[in-house]
Design a protein around this ligand. Structure first.
Ligand SMILES: [Zn+2]
Length: 105
């Protein structure tokens, strides 16, 4: 993953556990699609119940892996919409001059 957005310079990595929320998005959508898919296959009499179970199980393994990056993107957009990152100046990455580091004593 790129550290910053090439277009607007938004920092992606905010801290440890920042993208934990994307797991909820990924899991929730997977569970929803598996539930809908199973009942559609089962009640639509498309396949046998046993085959429908194998199909949705395979889907539940493959889909979250494919959807991982999109879930992170959705989480970042959700967070940016509700709690926008503060504007950063160019000196953000440099040490603070007022810090209590020994170099400033
Ligand atoms: Zn951007």
């Amino acid at each position: 993953m790129n550290p910053r957005c090439a277009a607007c310079d938004l920092r992606y990595e905010r801290g440890p556990g920042y993208f934990l929320g994307s797991i909820y998005i990924n899991y929730g959508l997977t569970a929803l699609l598996v539930t809908i898919g199973f009942y559609a296959l089962y009640f639509g009499r498309v396949t046998s119940p046993q085959a429908a179970l194998w199909i949705v199980t395979a889907f539940a393994v493959v889909f979250p892996i494919w959807f991982f990056r999109y879930a992170r993107s959705l989480w970042l957009g959700f967070d940016q919409y509700w709690d926008p990152a503060p504007e950063e100046d160019a000196t953000e990455d440099e040490p603070d001059e007022d810090s209590e580091s020994p170099a400033n004593w």
